[in-house]
Unconditional design. Structure first.
Length: 364
């Protein structure tokens, strides 16, 4: 009964600190975002309600990004505060080991980590996509050019009929492909058709693509190569200009299944997809980091006896920089193919988990 009351007290204090730190951090992110985009938000042609909707949909993504830092700060601050007020000493005198006090925090950390994962999947991904689209609308209202918003360069697209498109540059304002290459493959994966052109422009009246200066490769029934050079040619494609416009490739804007399909599509068309595999693994590593930082923050906080707020803040900044630095190193090795994507994504977590276990054992 005694331990239950202590557990409830510790959890209550932690959640109070966590809610405060989350509110503060979200506020900082929102203010920073508004300042950065003030030239668009302050435009008289942009409705205030649209800006409001954009910011509301921006918050879930921010929440998923700040949770580890907020959990670290809250844990170290809460434990440091209990230590400063001698409440930890009173608990020690009751014959309770410090490591026992970490158990309710870690259990709450597990619940927060699971909640963060499902929140990212079912709320943050869709909200992030909506904020992306709303921000494009805001820029258009502020008279940014269509070409600047939606144009792309050097990219692949898998068509609905499995035609693979490679385009040097797509001018969205003119619906114009620059140096496009269209390739089709048979069931065995052997090239069956390829069109390379200087440019391809969409004609909305005929709904055809008009290509110029074409090099066309086809094969006859005996698989003999037939090469033709044409000045112009019009084709009906399964894709309209919207298929080639700038779209988000941020994995945080995709649900689990969509992300897997996206990676498979990149793999199918021969694009280096390792970076997307690493990014996909971060869906799991980032929530798990919440448990690790609670472990580290809980042990570190026991050494804070004065200026607890400042010490907790400094610790959070230092650990966050170190964690993101190691995460960047792991992702760089994963993207280059030097290590497996799973190893790359979990590298920072593994290092900090080991560090957390070591400092807990030292404290004991």
């Amino acid at each position: 009964m005694f331990m239950r009351k202590i557990d409830q007290y510790i959890i209550r204090q932690f959640l109070f600190a966590l809610s405060g730190s989350i509110t503060f951090m979200v506020g900082v992110f929102l203010i920073t975002n508004v300042i950065d985009q003030l030239k668009y938000f302050s435009d008289p042609r942009v409705p205030g309600f649209t800006v409001f909707l954009y910011l509301i949909n921006y918050i879930p993504e921010v929440l998923t990004q700040i949770l580890p830092a907020a959990a670290l700060f809250s844990t170290s601050f809460m434990v440091g505060y209990l230590n400063q007020s001698n409440e930890i000493v009173a608990i020690y005198n009751g014959g309770i080991a410090f490591t026992r006090l970490l158990i309710p925090l870690l259990l709450v950390g597990v619940l927060i980590a699971l909640g963060s994962f499902f929140f990212s999947e079912f709320v943050a991904a869709d909200a992030s996509k909506r904020s992306f689209e709303l921000f494009k609308e805001i820029k258009l209202m502020a008279k940014s050019s269509v070409s600047a918003l939606y144009s792309r360069e050097k990219f692949y697209v898998m068509g609905k009929d499995e035609t693979v498109y490679y385009i040097e540059y797509f001018n969205a304002g003119e619906s114009l492909m620059n140096k496009p290459m269209l390739s089709r493959f048979d069931d065995a994966g052997v090239l069956s058709f390829q069109l390379a052109a200087e440019e391809g422009r969409y004609n909305p009246s005929t709904k055809l693509w008009d290509f110029k200066k074409i090099n066309l490769l086809t094969f006859d029934a005996e698989k003999n190569l037939i090469e033709k050079k044409l000045e112009s040619m019009s084709m009906s494609l399964s894709e309209d200009p919207k298929a080639f416009m700038q779209t988000p490739e941020n994995m945080s804007q995709m649900r689990f299944g969509d992300a897997l399909n996206f990676i498979e599509e990149k793999k199918k068309i021969g694009v280096n997809h390792r970076q997307y595999l690493v990014e996909f693994q971060r869906r799991f590593t980032f929530p798990f980091s919440i448990i690790i930082v609670i472990l580290i923050g809980g042990v570190a906080g026991i050494y804070f006896k004065k200026a607890v707020l400042v010490m907790a803040l400094l610790l959070s900044i230092a650990i966050s920089f170190a964690y993101y630095g190691m995460m960047a190193v792991g992702m760089a090795f994963g993207n280059s193919g030097k290590v497996h994507p799973v190893v790359a994504a979990w590298f920072a977590n593994a290092v900090f988990l080991l560090a957390g276990i070591v400092i807990v054992r030292l404290k004991r």
